[in-house]
Design a protein around this ligand. Structure first.
Ligand SMILES: Cc1cc2nc3c(=O)[nH]c(=O)nc-3n(C[C@H](O)[C@H](O)[C@H](O)COP(=O)(O)OP(=O)(O)OC[C@H]3O[C@@H](n4cnc5c(N)ncnc54)[C@H](O)[C@@H]3O)c2cc1C
Length: 304
């Protein structure tokens, strides 16, 4: 959306062809990164090059052998208004000064593509590697995260569906105390509640997708925030019930359930913690119905 034709040719086309991968590096260990105005990585112009210094973490893909490019968010102007201080630059992975410090495990799971901590020390890239304009980094992040969030939600609906499928199979195959597991009220209820929640989530995600297609990601912001706050909770709740139905095996690597639960859990932070989405949903709802003393709802009985 924001790359120049030369940037597209060099990076986007091989990405779309599946020849390379990229990583998006915004989050930093030292600051609360759900508020992106906090980030401290410095991106300083030095004649015709940008010099990058900072530390990022939880950066997926960075450990993958095909990952060749990072999109790094940092500050180009600390004196600008809070949402105009940030910029994004394209940093080839093999640039001197880029160091993968470690691949962080997520609840003891190691992802082969990584959730890496990365150090950028005196990293120099040509000025032409700037994405968009200087100061547009915050807006670029918002533009990227909206559509990214719906993809997470679509995958989560699929993951929950798989967990339910496995739970139903296990509940029919396993006998305890003379009855199939599904014949116990609790297990039957888990199956029913999971079906209800998954179908609610799927329809809500479809609505958000429809809105993105028809009115654009910006106008669909409220719906995107709502599904992002809802769907990972459905994903983990269904996995949790499926794990319980499987007994100890549910926690082992012999089912995909523990891994799936872990990913669903991580999604309650990734691309913004639930609380931040809930706060923005509430803000919009409140703005749409400003309270005016003397103009209370006609459905209330006036005080005498
Ligand atoms: C699997 C995974 C993948 C990730 N992928 C990426 C990636 O591709 N690129 C990247 O840059 N980062 C990535 N991240 C990092 C992720 O985006 C951050 O963890 C997230 O934005 C939260 O930032 P933080 O960890 O600094 O938490 P903090 O900002 O320190 O927040 C901590 C907690 O404070 C509370 N909180 C914060 N703000 C509010 C508020 N307004 N109202 C109420 N409570 C609040 C919430 O409970 C929140 O969980 C990933 C993380 C994980 C786990």
């Amino acid at each position: 959306m924001f790359a120049t034709p030369a940037q597209r040719k060099k990076w986007l086309e091989p990405l779309l062809d599946g020849k390379i991968r990229s990583a998006f590096a915004m989050t930093e260990p030292a600051v609360a990164s759900s508020d992106a105005t906090n980030i401290t990585t410095s991106i300083r112009l030095d004649s015709d090059e940008y010099v990058i210094d900072g530390r990022k973490w939880f950066i997926p893909n960075a450990a993958h052998p095909n990952c060749q490019q990072f999109i790094v968010m940092g500050k180009t102007d600390r004196d600008a208004p809070a949402h105009r201080q940030q910029s994004m630059v394209l940093v080839p992975r093999d640039t001197p000064g880029v160091k993968i410090v470690r691949d962080i495990t997520v609840i003891d799971h190691t992802a082969p593509e990584g959730h890496c901590e990365i150090e950028f020390k005196g990293v120099r890239v040509p000025r032409s590697n700037l994405l968009g304009e200087e100061g547009s980094g915050f807006a670029l992040a918002q533009a990227r995260l909206g559509p990214g969030r719906i993809h997470h939600c679509m995958r989560s609906v699929g993951a929950a569906e798989l967990a339910l499928e496995l739970m139903i199979e296990r509940a029919q195959a396993r006998t305890a105390f003379g009855k199939k597991l599904y014949q116990y009220g609790s297990v039957g209820e888990w199956i029913a509640k999971s079906r209800i929640k998954i179908d609610q989530a799927r329809l809500f995600v479809l609505k958000a997708a429809w809105m993105i297609d028809n009115v654009g990601a910006k106008e669909a912001r409220q719906e995107i925030a709502m599904i992002k706050a809802l769907v990972p909770t459905v994903h983990t709740a269904v996995c949790e019930r499926a794990i319980q139905t499987f007994g100890a095996m549910g926690l082992s690597p012999d089912t995909p359930l523990a891994d799936s639960w872990t990913w669903g859990r991580a999604l309650k932070f990734a691309d913004g913690p639930d609380e931040v989405h809930l706060q923005s949903i509430a803000r919009k709802e409140i703005k749409a119905r400003p309270y005016e003393p003397g103009h209370e709802s006609p459905y209330l009985t006036p005080a005498v």
